[in-house]
Design a protein around this ligand. Structure first.
Ligand code: UT7
Length: 329
């Protein structure tokens, strides 16, 4: 019997209209445009504004773009996997809310919490549902409304993060262009460096936790930076080696957009010139689970069938990983 593989057959994306520039941030905290650009590469981020709007409101237009492009009836979708750390609510899963909003009445789904590696973890999971032969059309969406959990008086975190959503459609293929291989890793001992202190079952929300600002993202930037540089570069190199690939074989590196210096280190380690690296951190900042699909969205028109693409991420957990995709269209 022919092996069933999973191919990415469409991409959609969404970023909110409102831009928060470095110059806007200069008026909010003690920072400046030069510092932010030289330390991170970020010039502006998008922010989802408006009462009652959450992550699902960005995921929906990203997925609807896919439905339009592929002329799909939402009822044809079998499963929606939503990677996010900023779900609309603690429960039910944002995937359920998205399915309801787009009319995907035959889909089941769930959320995946792996911070900045969420999209990679969800992509790998979705691919396995296709490979098993059980499902034909799986949507993987990475979305985060980071502005909902950022303290805009904390200059160490508010300059980095932004809001956005990106999605892909996975379908079965018997061709050679599919999601070829993944190496995924996690190490919970890294949680001390990047987490949200309250709001979970260990420390439920109280007046005190709100006053202590414990419902915002807490990050020890320098420590995360050190682990991220090593983690993302190591896992990408390991993936190339295990598949007998070199930098020359790679058309594109799609790195998590957390910091331009981490991206540069990973590209150097893989022997890739900058023109093969997708970088849009300057306009969106770090959108957590959305960075990788937003890169694919921005570069879609430049991708060619058969291109070897390496997606790589590192984030809270710690979680990290790399995936080799042969582009299918
Ligand atoms: O996506 C999830 C994973 N997250 C990451 O990968 C993020 C990894 N970390 C980073 O990207 C970087 O650590 C940051 C961008 C967060 C910070 O850059 P850094 O080069 O590590 O700066 P630092 O924290 O070592 O701070 C250097 C100096 C400090 O001042 P002193 O102590 O040297 O006087 C900070 O107080 O810069 C100061 N500083 C700032 N100055 C101006 C910190 N934030 C700012 C700011 N504007 N926004």
């Amino acid at each position: 019997m022919q092996k069933i593989s999973a191919a990415i057959t469409a991409v959609g994306g969404y970023v909110p209209e409102t831009r928060l520039t470095n110059f806007d941030l200069e008026k909010m905290v003690d920072t400046n445009n030069e510092w932010i650009i030289s330390r991170t590469g970020i010039e502006e981020r998008r922010i989802l504004k408006g009462p009652g709007l959450g992550s699902s409101d960005m995921a929906v237009p990203a997925i609807e773009e896919i439905l339009r492009k592929k002329k799909l009836d939402p009822k044809e979708i079998d499963c929606i996997i939503c990677a996010t750390v900023t779900p609309d609510m603690v429960f039910p899963a944002t995937a359920n809310i998205i399915a309801d909003k787009i009319g995907a009445t035959n889909a089941w789904g769930f959320d995946m919490s792996a911070a900045c590696s969420g999209f990679l973890f969800a992509l790998s999971t979705g691919a396995m549902y296709i490979e098993s032969g059980r499902y034909k059309k799986v949507i993987v969406v990475g979305v985060d409304k980071m502005s909902a959990i950022i303290d805009y008086t904390d200059r160490a975190t508010c300059i980095i993060f932004g809001d956005g959503a990106g999605a892909v459609l996975l379908e079965a293929t018997e061709e050679e262009n599919y999601i070829k291989d993944s190496i995924l890793k996690s190490d919970g001992s890294g949680r001390q460096f990047l987490h949200m202190k309250a709001g979970g079952s260990v420390k439920p929300a109280t007046v005190e936790t709100v006053l202590a600002k414990e419902h915002f993202a807490y990050q020890e930037g320098q420590s995360v930076f050190k682990f991220a540089v090593k983690g993302m570069a190591d896992v990408s190199a390991e993936l190339l080696e295990r598949n007998n690939l070199t930098g020359d074989d790679i058309a594109w590196l799609v790195p998590h957009q957390a910091n331009l210096r981490i991206i540069d280190a990973t590209a150097n380690r893989m022997g890739l010139s900058k023109d093969k690296v997708m970088i849009n951190i300057q306009k969106y900042g770090n959108t957590t689970a959305a960075t990788l699909p937003l890169c694919l969205w921005d570069w879609e028109s430049q991708l060619k069938k058969g291109d070897n693409i390496i997606l790589a991420a590192f984030g809270g957990g710690f979680t990290w990983g790399a995936t080799w995709v042969k582009w299918a269209y």
